[in-house]
Design a protein around this ligand. Structure first.
Ligand code: UDP
Length: 235
């Protein structure tokens, strides 16, 4: 597969066209942002960790019956994925209270839920990715009713698979964000990344944070946390 011109540069990844019209190449950067771009920095090696961790988890999910955009890892930082049009929703699943949930509802972090929660936010940086419900998404025609149903079912399935996987490496999967895309024939697949940038991971024994909260909250040892997660996941 041949890498052609850059199509897009986001906060954490670049996307390139290829000679296959159904495929693009994503290239993971070490750039880190938080609070809608207000905080910026570099996490050395993050691009490699997020590329390898995402690819490992996407392949695990495929094996468990979740369709994804993954095609082939090309190098430490680059992966071929199916070209999709992204559904402009951030889909967040939570197993334990943390982050914006704890803040919004005035509760402490660490409450273990009996059932996972799901929420959507509108992927729109100018508006600060506002929280929305499924009716709002339908009103704005961001997705069809059938697509919303598919996305919800797939998101909970991803949670079941990942929760069990992480438990086995002594990590609590606190919460995470997913994005979905449409292939050229309209099929919904899991897209984007699943990494310490987009998940909260707490060590099951010590409750140490092993994710981007170390960067957001200036907790130190950010690089160590990312490489520790890669080690636990890839073995
Ligand atoms: N998240 C993300 N991108 C976003 C917002 C959230 O990947 O733009 C992830 C975040 O890493 C966490 C989960 O989604 O694992 C829930 O985040 P939350 O709503 O608590 O927001 P935050 O506290 O990160 O602002």
């Amino acid at each position: 597969m041949q890498k052609l011109k850059q199509l897009y540069e986001g906060k954490a990844k670049k996307v390139f066209a290829t000679d296959d019209p159904e495929c693009v190449i994503v290239s993971y950067k070490d750039d880190a942002t938080a609070f809608n771009g207000l905080k910026r920095g570099t996490i050395v090696g993050k691009g490699v960790v997020n590329n390898k961790v995402t690819n490992y988890l996407m392949q695990l999910l495929e094996k468990e019956g979740v369709p994804t955009h993954f095609v082939e890892e090309l190098s430490d930082r680059e992966t071929a994925v199916k070209k999709v049009s992204i559904v402009p929703l951030e889909v967040i699943i939570r197993n334990i209270s943390a982050g914006s949930f704890a803040k919004r509802f005035g509760v402490e972090e660490g409450i273990v839920f009996e059932q996972p929660t799901i929420e959507f936010s509108y992927k729109n940086d100018d508006l600060g990715d506002p929280l929305m419900n499924a009716y709002h998404a339908l009103a704005l025609k961001l997705a069809t009713p059938a697509e919303i149903d598919t996305i919800k079912a797939m998101a909970f399935k991803v949670n079941d698979v990942l929760k069990a996987f992480f438990k086995a490496v002594n990590v609590d999967l606190v919460d995470f964000k997913l994005e979905f895309g449409r292939l050229s024939d309209g099929t919904i697949v899991l897209a984007d990344e699943i990494s310490p940038d987009t998940c909260r991971f707490w060590d099951s024994t010590t409750h140490e944070k092993l994710d981007k909260d170390r960067f957001r909250r200036d907790l130190g040892n950010v690089e160590d946390a990312y490489s520790e997660m890669m080690k636990r996941i890839l073995g």
